[in-house]
Design a protein around this ligand. Structure first.
Ligand code: GLN
Length: 191
């Protein structure tokens, strides 16, 4: 099974490695045609402003939305979660606007702008090491966005139908459980 990783900027190589560990075939997505034969798409962490701009310039944003509407699941990590949000507080950056959340960039503040912590994730037996790097905070959510994990009373992992987001970076660990969960979402949709 082919799964795409948006490869415009950010931690896409690490997601490619994770997908290989999960025994699926990663496809680096740089132009709209690259979306043709994939069953799901990962949007990596990085700089959401840079990724958003490049996505718009290459027309990938429109094609990603079109494929999503045809049933393609999407998983966004950190900047990827920002790019999927309906509302990015105080910003006018290009994004996909598919996930019913309001998110604020770089909200953990300078002192703790990067940290890691073990969190419980719904449906997972053991805690997951969550690595946050200049992460955004999800301030509010509505219509079908469900919490899968939270930190200090704010969601850090959520799912809404075919969209999964985390404000942390599982691709920087050796733990493939979240990528496996995303692959399961894709398989369920394909049944
Ligand atoms: N701070 C970045 C942004 O606002 C996100 C950081 C990340 O993806 N690790 O886009």
């Amino acid at each position: 099974m082919k799964i795409g990783v948006l490869a415009l900027q950010g931690s896409f190589r690490e997601h490619v490695t994770m997908l290989k560990k999960c025994n699926v075939e990663p496809v680096e997505v740089r132009k709209p045609e690259d979306l043709d034969n994939i069953y799901g798409l990962i949007i990596p962490g990085g700089e959401s402003t840079a990724i958003g701009k490049l996505m718009r310039e290459s027309d990938l944003d429109r094609e990603i939305i079109r494929k999503y509407e045809l049933g393609m699941p999407i998983y966004g990590t950190c900047a990827g979660a920002i790019l999927l949000a309906k509302d990015v507080v105080g910003e006018k950056q290009p994004n996909l606007g598919l996930m019913n959340i309001s998110i604020k960039r770089n909200e953990y503040g300078r002192q703790v702008d990067s940290f890691e912590t073990n969190l419980n994730i719904s449906g997972f037996e053991k805690p997951f090491k969550c690595i946050f790097i200049r992460a955004p905070v999800i301030n509010s959510f509505y219509n079908g966005a469900k919490i899968m994990a939270e930190f200090k009373n704010k969601p850090v992992m959520m799912q809404q139908d075919n969209i999964l987001i985390s404000t942390f970076h599982p691709e920087l660990t050796d733990d493939i459980r979240i990528h496996k969960h995303f692959i399961d979402m894709i398989k369920k949709g394909a049944e």
